[in-house]
Design a protein around this ligand. Structure first.
Ligand SMILES: [Cu+2]
Length: 173
């Protein structure tokens, strides 16, 4: 009995230690916006707690006909343009990738129905090593998960009108 309870205690210790160490992708600051009935974008912070370098390589959703990983880059004329990043976004172990307005984002093109505030968008993130993680994102202007301590003030100077660029450069399906 003593040995059994010792084994149980060791197993319990291992089990409780594991999730903190070899954890998961932690996804927070999620929100999604749409400034046109045709297109939307989702933002989040993905923190890599898996213990190894990984890469967000694809996104899938039934909410739109096409869902892609995008970023904004400045063109020669200084105007920000969106581009599809086919190789995805690298996320080093213990590091994170920030998807935010004016930067990296998940692009939804050809919405199957127009988004309104409070709608729930189901999105599957595909990681090279961590596999697929499906999350729910609420449509609204701000992250809904309450983690606003994350230097989000730095982003407020970004011109939110970049989203209007989204809709004007969205290919029609
Ligand atoms: Cu985009």
């Amino acid at each position: 009995m003593a040995l059994k309870s010792l084994i149980a205690a060791v197993a319990a210790t291992l089990l409780s230690a594991l999730p903190a160490f070899a954890g998961d992708m932690m996804i927070h600051h999620t929100y999604a916006i749409s400034n046109s009935p045709m297109a939307g974008a989702a933002f989040m912070v993905v923190h890599n707690m898996t213990g190894e370098d990984d890469r967000l390589i694809d996104v899938r959703s039934d909410a739109a006909q096409r869902v892609e990983l995008h970023t904004h880059i400045a063109g020669e004329d200084g105007v920000m343009k969106m581009v599809h990043i086919e190789e995805g976004f690298a996320i080093p172990a213990e590091g994170e990738v920030v998807l935010e307005r004016g930067g990296k984002h998940v692009m939804f093109m050809g919405l199957n129905s127009a988004w309104k505030e409070g709608d729930v968008i189901v999105l599957t993130l595909v990681f090279e090593k961590a596999g697929e993680i499906t999350i729910e994102i609420i449509v609204g202007d701000m992250p809904t998960d309450g983690m606003m301590d994350h230097s989000s003030m730095d982003h407020s100077s970004m011109d939110h009108s970049s989203m209007s660029g989204d809709s004007s450069t969205t290919p029609s399906n």
